[in-house]
Design a protein around this ligand. Structure first.
Ligand code: GLY
Length: 320
């Protein structure tokens, strides 16, 4: 039994391991670990009190995948429900013939299953920070005047904050049956264009798990992972017989080969079916967490660095 997670998953590691050691499933472990991060007001990249979009609205993305069956569930752009990962899991488990629900549909579904809803999803501090950032960027005259018809194309490219874009939490676990599950949850880019969906709810981009080979989950600039199908790529490289470190490095190199303007910080964690793991990042100081069932506490491990030159390279500062 083993769990790996992004650095900001520390708050959920004990609870996730408790699930595994008491005979629970990898799916339960990754869900519980992720929920604790989603409820953490100090984490501004995931769940409650994440950085909002340019209109000051918090839109959450999340996905969960069951490596036994490749069943998956995901939500995107969901407002008002802090535990996006649990809603994603219900999309998978409620016999809905769908994998991904977005926006009003995701919120309707969350209401229908009685998911926990919170009236307030942002602290006053984060609302004040959003206002200040927009004012300082000069992208809009007055943040409170942003309405349904306000032009946002230029504003968002000035205001979107590369120092705050990447956060996101990843959990991957193997349980006592050898089953693998993976979970990813995020509030996405700070001050993003309304409706922007990152890699986290896209199966194959930010999240993938397959019992036969292993799993991978990403944090960082989701646009890149979507374009390179990063999480699936790692699992496909495992399927091709590569060791987990080689597979993870190869997928990072695929990201490095992407062209275009929006190239920057990316991170991934990967676990093969034997419990071998790897963490990769474009940043030199990035870490990830690992705990086996016989360990008292998780350890924090350095990620290997694969440099990706680009406009925002090395400038992202995720909590992972
Ligand atoms: N990796 C999270 C996002 O881009 O939204």
């Amino acid at each position: 039994m083993i769990i790996i997670a992004s650095h900001n998953g520390a708050i959920g590691m004990d609870a996730a391991m408790q699930v595994l050691t008491s005979g629970g499933s990898a799916l339960d472990a990754v869900e519980i670990g992720t929920r604790l991060v989603e409820a953490n007001p100090a984490d501004h990249s995931v769940g409650y009190n994440g950085y909002p979009n340019i209109l000051g609205e918090l839109e959450l993305d999340a996905s969960i995948m069951d490596g036994r069956t490749l069943d998956s569930g995901a939500v995107a752009l969901m407002r008002g429900f802090p535990y996006a990962i649990s809603v994603a899991r219900q999309v998978m488990e409620r016999r809905l013939p769908h994998v991904l629900l977005a926006g009003a549909g995701a919120e309707r579904f969350a209401r229908e299953i009685d998911a926990e809803a919170w009236q307030t999803m942002l602290s006053d501090d984060i609302v004040a920070l959003w206002r200040r950032r927009l004012r300082e960027s000069g992208s809009v005259p007055d943040p409170s005047e942003l309405d349904a018809d306000a032009p946002l194309i230029d504003a968002v490219s000035i205001a979107t904050d590369p120092e705050r874009v990447t956060g996101t939490v990843n959990f991957i676990a193997i349980d006592s049956n050898g089953d693998i599950a993976s979970a990813v949850s995020t509030s996405g880019w700070a001050w993003k264009y309304p409706g922007r969906i990152g890699d986290s709810p896209i199966i194959g981009a930010g999240n993938y798990a397959d019992n036969r080979y292993g799993a991978c989950a990403c944090t960082g600039m989701g646009e890149m992972a979507i374009r390179a199908c990063t999480a699936y790529s790692v699992v496909a490289y495992l399927k091709a017989g590569m060791p987990v470190e080689t597979a993870a490095r190869r997928a990072m190199q695929d990201l490095r080969d992407l062209g275009g303007d929006y190239i920057g910080g990316m991170n991934l964690i990967a676990l093969d079916r034997e419990g071998n793991h790897a963490g990769m990042s474009t940043r030199a100081d990035a870490t990830y967490l690992m705990r086996r069932a016989d360990m008292e506490r998780h350890v924090e491990l350095e990620r290997q660095v694969v440099e990706i030159p680009g406009r925002w390279a090395g400038r992202t500062s995720p909590g992972n």
